[in-house]
Design a protein around this ligand. Structure first.
Ligand SMILES: [Zn+2]
Length: 163
């Protein structure tokens, strides 16, 4: 089973894989989006992603590769740790960042962009009333139909068809 290593933007885009990991620095970045991301979505990722601190040795390898390709100044510490984790866990990096992809190439790490056709599934969220179960068009404080609590749920993960 593939291990997906996610950067912050991949998480914010709603990428979903069966096994997902990310460095702790990505977790820190995610917390900055606490106000923008619905609580339930954040909670979902907090439960589904295992966060690790990558080994120093792998971070060093990534830094060296990034210096070689000239991407080092375009990469944040979190970016470097994403690649380092992939190296350590033989994972697939999920990112749209070209510098990250470049360094992955250099290190023979598999990667995919989350808008590419390589990604088989993405998932969609919907707003629902927890009392009457109606699907709502946006997040209301209270359900406009019955006044119940409003929450989020995963609508479905949908397959992306190859073109
Ligand atoms: Zn309702």
């Amino acid at each position: 089973m593939k291990v997906f290593v996610l950067d912050t933007s991949a998480i914010l885009s709603g990428f979903m894989g069966e096994v997902m990991i990310a460095p702790l620095k990505v977790y820190d970045e995610l917390k900055k989006f606490r106000n923008e991301l619905p609580e339930h979505i954040l909670a979902y990722y907090e439960e589904s992603i295992r966060f690790y601190e990558p080994e120093e040795e792998c971070i060093e390898k990534v830094r060296k590769a990034a210096e070689k390709t000239g991407d080092i100044h375009r990469l944040s510490d979190a970016d470097i740790e994403v690649i380092a984790l992939a190296l350590e866990h033989k994972g697939v990096v999920v990112t749209n960042d070209l510098s990250i992809q470049n360094v992955c190439e250099e290190l023979n790490i598999e990667y995919m962009s989350y808008l590419s056709k390589d990604i088989k599934r993405i998932f969609e969220w919907e707003v629902v009333c927890k009392s009457c179960g109606k699907v709502l068009d946006k997040k209301y404080d209270r359900c406009p139909f019955c006044g119940g609590d409003v929450g989020f749920r995963i609508k479905r993960s949908r397959s992306l068809k190859k073109k």
